[in-house]
Design a protein around this ligand. Structure first.
Ligand code: MN
Length: 245
């Protein structure tokens, strides 16, 4: 199975989670929140063929870490995946929106200059602004919107722009999200847990819970689990090909 957005480096014992995920043959996109964290986080993945470490710059940290943009650019040639990046327009974050926009657009620019990357993108209460920035930087790569919480119009706009979606526990239970999930093309969906920031069945989610995510997804989309698993595997292969195009 696949967990396409997990903060491996933020568990109390990342090495153990990496080992358990490997034992279960789970593919993991290990996202990071600052350029500085990337080197340490990619060390966790050493020896594991199914873990990729994405170079990130979380919007909530943009205002206090702007000086790490040069490190971001320096590390960019080392990976085909970037994330977690994006914008956050929620009340607690809005005060720094200008800084967020600056960092996000610099990253998209750098990514485009480097030939494009697969990107795991945060868009809480800022879907339109994220899509605006993406349309200004069409060469930035393949956008995968993580934990999408926009409306139907925004979803349609994102689909028309070629976005993919990683869907996790936050989208599998409330009626509005479930309805949105049914409208995402199946060939653009990947499962995620966003662990350790989510819980599944009362416990901190780990990549192994991506099996549970896929079962819920199949149920919501009224497909058999087998059919959905096959689709997700095909999607992962396509992502891999896009990452190395
Ligand atoms: Mn996250």
């Amino acid at each position: 199975m696949i967990d396409f957005h997990c903060h491996l480096d933020l568990y109390p014992n990342p090495a153990l989670i990496a080992r358990k995920s490997a034992d279960e043959e789970i593919y993991v996109l290990s996202v990071t929140t600052t350029p500085k964290a990337w080197q340490r986080s990619s060390a966790i993945a050493v020896g594991y063929t199914r873990i990729r470490t994405a170079l990130g710059f979380h919007p909530e940290l943009a205002h206090e870490r702007k000086n790490e943009l040069s490190l971001f650019r320096k590390l960019l040639p080392k990976t085909r995946y970037i994330g977690e990046i994006g914008l956050d327009g929620s009340p607690g974050q809005k005060a720094y929106f200008k800084d967020q926009l600056f960092v996000f657009s610099e990253i998209l620019n750098a990514s485009a200059n480097a030939g494009g990357r697969v990107m795991s993108i945060h868009s809480r209460q800022a879907v339109d602004q994220v899509l605006d920035e993406l349309s200004k930087n069409p060469g930035a790569g393949l956008p995968i919107l993580h934990w999408f919480t926009g409306n139907k119009t925004q979803l349609k706009r994102a689909i028309d722009m070629g976005c993919w979606f990683s869907v996790g526990p936050g989208m599998l239970f409330n009626a509005k999200s479930k309805k949105l999930v049914t409208e995402i093309p199946h060939n653009r969906i990947l499962p995620e847990t966003d662990g350790p920031f989510t819980t599944i069945r009362g416990k901190t989610a780990t990549p192994i819970d991506s099996w549970y995510v896929i079962e819920r997804l199949a149920f919501i989309c009224q497909k058999s689990v087998d059919t959905f698993v096959q689709q997700i595997k095909t999607n992962l292969i396509e992502i891999g090909e896009l990452a190395f195009r």
